[in-house]
Design a protein around this ligand. Structure first.
Ligand SMILES: [Zn+2]
Length: 83
């Protein structure tokens, strides 16, 4: 199976201004399949944006940061651990 198939496909994505000083660029996906991206994510380098979107898409399928999540991140985003 190609690695991209393993990632969840969001039903929608929303961009909102970041609230407070939260260091995360993205909030956890909702159970309804919506991922919410901080608007200032688009000021970040493309490689970081790819990492964040892949991270949140995987959370649609895997809710934690366990071994499966890490293996899928490795399959989707090479060098993701450097972010
Ligand atoms: Zn996460």
């Amino acid at each position: 199976m190609p690695a991209i198939v393993a990632a969840g496909v969001p039903r929608s994505a929303v961009c909102r201004p970041r609230r407070g000083r939260c260091p995360n660029a993205v909030r956890t996906p909702s159970s309804a399949g919506t991922i919410t991206l901080a608007a200032d994510l688009f000021d970040e380098p493309d490689s970081f944006q790819d990492f964040v979107v892949a991270h949140e898409r995987l959370h649609l399928r895997v809710p934690n940061h366990g071994c499966l999540f890490k293996a899928l991140m490795t399959a989707h985003v090479s060098g993701w651990r450097s972010f």
